[in-house]
Ligand binder design. Structure first.
Ligand code: SAM
Ligand code: SF4
Length: 332
């Protein structure tokens, strides 16, 4: 048990840490990265495995027990299975998951499983090669599909598919992707397009809202009904098909913000601590670590960061200011 959990001024208890292990990526989704001239952090500015592990061990003493490894694309980080093995061995971690674009899963699904990973989210918006190329600016759909097969063979049980819901673009993909998931025992999670793209393309009219997707799937496949949530802080709102064909999740940050139940904190690849995906301020964990700080000093920084957490993002207000870092640089 932690000495005192990480609680903010609104009483929200934080037990969930998302760790970005790189800002680099092997594809270029338009809602995340610019097409050209991407600015990556220099390698020496990226936390090494010792630093990440040390941070997690300290965070566990403060009540963190769920980890998600993300990026950029976490599978482009060299020796990622080694980090997974180290993280999965930390006492107090109850849940370890990884989010990937799947391109390198054909090679890495097995080694990651052997290293202790059991939960995977694979990002795939479309099964259409041409649209995949338009969205990601790379022709890698076959590798992602092969990666999903490799993940199934490796033994991952509940593989989730992350699909970004962009209006006037992915509507033709909603039903085929949902059917593909049902046939393969995957769960799709539709993520409403958020204002985190590198080229400031976002505006509300480009968001395909969760309600529209629910309506389409209910009409075309089988009626969807909400599943009462055992963890009210979980961001995906879960639905099940009335015909028993599985479940679908929605991360509806735009149409149904869940800030008041947020239990997350994020560590960027360059060692900055952020209490919100949309935070404007961040705390410099790496600077503190590299200047010889004690574990207690790092724990105090984590507490301060959470204590200062705002009520929530204001995507739906005219006051909203997009964070200076786009998605790939924060870690989604
Ligand atoms: N590269 C990995 C991937 O694509 O899954 C991990 C990092 S990526 C930033 C994490 C997730 O963020 C992706 O699964 C994608 O669905 C989501 N994402 C990226 N940009 C987004 C945006 N502007 N709005 C909503 N979701 C976004
Ligand atoms: Fe890369 Fe993931 Fe961003 Fe796509 S969403 S560019 S796969 S980091």
């Amino acid at each position: 048990m932690p000495l005192a959990p990480l609680v903010d001024s609104l009483g929200r208890v934080h037990d969930n840490l998302r760790i970005s292990v790189t800002d680099r990526c092997n594809i270029r989704c338009f809602y995340c990265m610019p097409e050209h001239d991407v600015h990556f952090v220099e390698r020496r500015e990226i936390l090494d495995f010792e630093e990440i592990e040390r941070f997690v061990r300290i965070a566990v003493t403060l009540g963190i027990n769920k980890l998600r490894v993300t990026g950029g694309e976490p599978l482009v980080r060299r020796d990622i299975p080694v980090l997974i093995r180290r993280l999965s061995a930390i006492p107090g971690i109850r849940d370890l998951a990884l989010t990937t674009n799947g391109v390198l899963l054909p090679q890495l699904a097995g080694p990651l499983y052997e290293a202790g990973l059991r939960r995977l989210n694979v990002h795939i918006d479309t099964l259409d090669r041409e649209r995949f190329l338009r969205i990601t600016r790379r022709d890698d759909l076959d590798k992602v599909l092969e990666g999903l097969e490799a993940a199934k063979r490796a033994g991952y049980s509940r593989i989730k598919l992350n699909a970004v819901a962009v209006k006037n673009l992915v509507e033709p993909d909603i039903v085929p992707l949902a059917r593909f998931a049902r046939e393969n025992g995957f769960e799709v999670r539709y993520i409403e397009f958020m204002p985190l793209d590198a080229q400031n393309l976002w505006d509300r009219s480009k968001v395909l809202l969760a309600d529209q997707i629910i309506e389409t799937l209910s009409r075309e496949i089988s009626p969807l009904r909400p599943i009462p949530d055992p963890d009210p802080r979980a961001p995906a709102t879960e639905y099940e098909y009335a015909d028993g064909g599985g479940t679908v999740g929605f991360i509806a940050s735009v149409s149904r913000p869940f800030c008041l139940n947020c239990n997350r904190v994020r560590l960027t690849a360059d060692g900055k601590l952020r209490y919100c995906l949309f935070a404007i301020e961040e705390d410099d964990v790496k600077g503190l670590m590299r200047s010889g700080a004690s574990d207690e000093q790092i724990a105090a920084l984590i507490r301060r960061n959470i204590a200062g957490k705002w009520e929530g993002h204001e995507i739906n207000s005219t006051r909203f200011v997009a964070p200076p870092r786009p998605m790939y640089s924060i870690g989604g």
